[in-house]
Ligand binder design. Structure first.
Ligand code: GRG
Length: 305
């Protein structure tokens, strides 16, 4: 990640360690439960496909956002880690499925062959399914001692990843074949497709921190504008290669206006972040985390991938 924030690197390292230890435990547990060596091999293939995408880097924007927001709100990394992992699992599923021939039919992601190019469409499809379902199971297992929190987190993740969030956005994108999307429609589509999961990162952590409604509303606005800004930045990065200009902000507004809108969204996010912490006494860790959140906004505006 360029323009590294003061806390992002240690937080990212903690996330990567948690992710790989969680996943290797999981793999061991599930595979050892299968007696037949032949069938074990089949499961190993599925795990390899999952790990190919889940452990292959990426910016980890969503877990970093959740973990840093947790720090800013005084929720421990340990508590937020399983939730941030569940979010990254959902994100990974969405990328695997999005690349499939039935959707975007992409051959490369993160500079490597896409999951289905490496493992075949059948395994890639199942890897995505497994990641999605396991993400919910993970929440029920990790927060088992707090049933109220399990209910809230599963609702947030379900709402923002499914028919009321990312999947709805994906179908609006899929069906927007010809010209004709106006800027409101385009914004609505992307607030769902890309923005909803980014909003979930913040929403889930707000539920853990049990903050006042007004502060939560500011943080949700912060997240919603950051989510849309994330898509605008993506459109600017893809501007020269995209064959789908009618579905992109750059195609509709042009590069300069998209750049301007990106700055405006950044300013709005910063303001809402400021309002959410106004008049609150903060310790050093929280101050550093807020600075990191501000830098996350900048990182998105200046990112190169
Ligand atoms: C298949 C249900 C379903 C949904 C797919 C999110 C999505 C919906 C498709 C991805 C298409 C895309 C490129 C959207 C633009 C913004 C975006 C989500 C980019 C990918 O996320 P990054 O940049 O990826 O965080 P990394 O590789 O860093 O993890």
């Amino acid at each position: 990640m360029q323009q590294q924030s003061v806390t992002a690197e240690p937080v990212r390292d903690t996330f990567e360690r948690h992710l790989s230890s969680f996943w290797s435990e999981y793999r061991k547990k599930l595979i050892s439960g299968v007696q037949s060596e032949r069938q074990q091999k089949s499961l190993i293939l599925l795990f390899s496909s999952i790990e190919y995408s889940l452990l292959s880097g990426g910016k980890r924007f969503r877990p970093l956002l959740a973990l840093t927001m947790g720090q800013a709100l005084g929720v421990s990394l340990k508590k937020v880690l399983p939730f941030s992992l569940a979010i990254e699992m959902v994100h990974t599923y969405s990328l695997i499925h999005d690349d499939l021939p039935a959707l975007d039919n992409d051959d490369f992601r993160r500079g490597q062959p896409t999951n289905h190019k490496k493992f075949g469409e059948d395994i890639a499809l199942l890897a995505g399914d497994a990641l999605l379902t396991e993400s919910f199971l993970l929440l029920t297992e990790a927060y088992v001692e707090e049933p109220g929190l399990v209910q809230k987190l599963t609702r947030v993740l379900g709402e923002d990843s499914g028919l009321r969030g990312m999947v709805a956005g994906q179908v609006l994108d899929l069906m927007a074949k010809g010209p004709g999307l106006n800027s409101e429609e385009l914004e609505f589509l992307h607030r769902l497709k890309t923005g909803a999961l980014i909003r979930a990162c913040v929403y889930g952590v707000c539920e853990m921190a049990k903050i006042a409604e007004e502060r939560q509303n500011h943080l949700l606005k912060f997240a919603e504008d950051l989510g849309l800004a994330f898509q605008l930045a993506d459109d600017l990065l893809d501007a020269d290669q995209s064959q789908e200009a009618h579905k992109s902000f750059v195609g509709l507004l042009g590069k300069t206006e998209t750049q301007r809108q990106l700055q405006i969204l950044g300013q709005k996010s910063l303001k809402n972040l400021e309002y959410a912490f106004l008049g609150i006494e903060l310790n050093k860790d929280q101050q550093v985390a807020i600075q990191s959140l501000q830098e996350l906004i900048q990182f998105n505006e200046q990112r190169k991938k």
